[in-house]
Ligand binder design. Structure first.
Ligand code: ADP
Ligand code: MG
Length: 316
């Protein structure tokens, strides 16, 4: 099984390289970013030593498509996607918060609720909610963007504004953008028989203007259910079939790992990797409505990628 878990390029004009959990981010002339979605996978903020075949291509193609399909709502950083694993765009100054929008009480929000909490990031939650139940309307539950190696922390809108992480004016704009993007995401998903359950957005500034940055509506940043399945299962308190990384998180928790200090990361077996890869492909085909055509990892893969990127950079 083959996967791409690292890249080592030196592009003309390259001024920095940042290795994120999943993506390799090259800065060109302090102005442009070349973002390569690798096959790395992270869960609970830990990166696994093995990659998931084709995950990077899947992620990049989905994000790239939905950046285009939401550009009428908020300007975004994308300029072009010159290769299945690559998006090139404007480097922005990121806001130090991640905007999470939730339509349903699922995943970490359910774990918090189950433990007895009745507010989430300052938002009061009604008594008696069940796992996977829809909120009356989608809620925004921001987190701080943690420094490398640390976990993102839940934070309330009031605290973000009070501590000056984001000005009130900007934050309220981010909130509006996030909810409008989520509504669009839900609409697109519904057209494919899916439910967009929750997702995460990042924003930044270019000059005085707010841009959507990073990835959007991918299986790494979002959770999806099958709509039909949800309709059948929820009334019977059965878990809906999920198209997301929650599958990986659950497998990890069953194997005694939830990202806490001192815990040992279980080994991803080839079978687990294959399973995860299949889930990513399944999500791609559902959400994009087309068969996934992989770009094979042949000997010329890196060379081709480099040529595609350099050709595009020469035109910018
Ligand atoms: N247009 C942009 N301008 C500046 N930073 C960006 C932009 N788009 C994405 N980023 C940042 O690039 C990184 C993407 O790589 P990722 O693997 O997600 O890293 P991380 O481990 O930091 O989440 C993120 O830190 C994200 O905030
Ligand atoms: Mg990230």
């Amino acid at each position: 099984m083959k996967s791409i878990i690292e890249t080592r390029f030196d592009f003309p004009g390259q001024t920095a390289k940042y290795t994120g959990k999943v993506r390799d981010v090259y800065t060109i002339d302090d102005r442009i970013l070349v973002m390569i979605a690798t096959d790395r996978i992270s869960a609970f903020d830990v990166v696994f030593p093995k990659g998931i075949t084709y995950k990077g291509q899947i992620l990049n193609k989905i994000a790239s498509r939905f950046l285009d399909d939401t550009a009428d709502i908020v300007p975004n950083w994308k300029i072009a996607s010159p290769h299945p694993m690559v998006t090139i765009g404007y480097k922005c100054k990121p806001f130090p918060v991640e905007m999470i929008v939730r339509g349903y009480l699922t995943g970490s929000s359910w774990r918090t609720y189950k433990s007895g909490a009745r507010t989430l990031c300052g938002i009061p939650l009604p008594e008696g909610m069940r796992e996977h139940e829809a909120f009356e309307k989608p809620i925004v539950t921001p987190t701080t963007k943690a420094e490398i190696g640390a976990h993102d922390q839940d934070i309330s809108k009031d605290e973000i504004i009070r501590t000056g992480l984001v000005s009130r004016e900007d934050y309220e704009q981010l909130e509006k953008y996030a909810l409008a993007l989520f509504a669009r995401g839900q609409e697109i998903a519904a057209g494919k028989g899916l439910i967009l359950v929750d997702t995460k957005y990042e924003f930044g500034k270019l000059g005085e203007k707010i841009y959507l940055i990073d990835e959007i509506h991918t299986p790494d940043s979002s959770r999806y259910f099958y709509a039909e399945d949800y309709k059948q299962n929820f009334p019977q308190s059965l878990p809906p079939r999920q198209l997301s990384k929650e599958f990986v998180r659950e497998w990890l928790m069953e194997n005694g790992f939830s990202g806490q200090q001192g815990q040992k990361m279980p080994l991803l077996t080839d079978q687990v990797i294959d399973n995860i890869s299949k889930r990513y492909i399944e999500l791609y085909e559902n959400i994009m409505g087309t068969a996934f055509e992989a770009t094979p990892y042949d000997d010329a893969f890196y060379e081709n990628m480099e040529a595609c990127i350099c050709n595009m950079l020469a035109r910018l």
